[in-house]
Design a binder for this molecule. Structure first.
Ligand code: PEP
Ligand code: MN
Length: 262
């Protein structure tokens, strides 16, 4: 894992190495879906880390809320088959424990968790004494202090490998974007915490496939250190975030289409 990160800007944001590429489904759904996604992503040779949601923080009850702990062995199998390290969202102490027990390499704190200092503190406490990498998404509302506070809580637990994920900001009546990028906010965050790598999540900013390419390009133009893009073997039939997911092969095309100006 460390060697994979070391090849990218994630481990050295001032370098001109390639950005870290994280991809995989919004949600792990079935064993077959996880394994096929992982193998097709690995085949592109362009993906560094496999992501999948196991516990899903859905806005309304009644929609798919994640496969839960039974999906973790599928991810372990995918990692064994492809060599791709794993990234999973965690929101409670128990989820941290279960993810780590199943060999998850990178934990991320989701936008709905970053807004809640009690939850962030619970996750941070569960990370005491653990040597892992933690990515922290921006809070759903445009409040940099909450984002910084979450970094501080995780850091105070002794975690040294921390990265940021910009996934856009929610507001009533968002139209063009699912979550407005407000690019000036991550830029200000980078000014406040220059040592931390910044990853862009164009999938949750866009909420739709047709603008993923341009949002990704904007992030590359702004010298981001990585991209997290959701991918699915059958995007239209995904159990969550169907409108924004793309196939592994389309992801490869998207990445090939980016213009690297650095
Ligand atoms: C996700 O990555 O699938 C997710 C739930 O993201 P966010 O926390 O940004 O809404
Ligand atoms: Mn999603």
């Amino acid at each position: 894992m460390e060697q994979i990160l070391a090849k990218t800007k994630f481990s050295d944001p001032t370098s001109d190495k390639k950005p870290l590429i994280i991809s995989g489904p919004c949600s792990a759904e079935t064993e077959e879906q996880v394994l096929e996604t992982a193998q097709r992503l690995a085949k592109t040779g362009k993906v560094d880390i496999l992501r999948a949601g196991i516990w899903k923080p859905r806005t309304r009850p009644g929609s798919f809320e994640g496969i839960g702990v039974k999906g973790l062995p599928w991810l372990q199998k995918a990692k064994a088959l492809t060599g791709l390290p794993l990234a999973v969202e965690v929101a409670t102490a128990k989820q941290v424990e279960e993810a780590l027990e199943h060999g998850v390499d990178i934990l991320w704190i989701g936008a709905r968790t970053t807004v809640n200092p009690f939850s962030v503190q619970e996750v941070a406490d569960a990370l005491k004494g653990v040597d892992t990498t933690v990515l922290i998404k921006n809070p759903i509302n445009p409040d940099l202090e909450l984002w910084i506070g979450a970094v501080e809580r995780v850091r105070n637990s002794g975690i040294t490998k921390i990265g940021l994920i910009h996934r856009g900001f929610s507001s009533y009546g968002n139209t063009e974007y699912r979550n407005a990028p407000m690019w000036h906010l991550p830029i200000e965050m980078k000014r406040r915490m220059p040592e931390l790598p910044m990853i862009c999540d164009p999938s949750h900013i866009s909420g739709r496939r047709d603008i993923l390419q341009e949002v990704s390009q904007e992030a590359i133009d702004l010298d981001y250190d990585g991209l997290m893009i959701e991918s699915h073997i059958d995007p239209d039939n995904a159990w969550s975030d169907a409108k924004q997911q793309i196939t592994p092969e389309r992801l490869a095309e998207l990445l090939d289409g980016l213009v690297w100006r650095h």
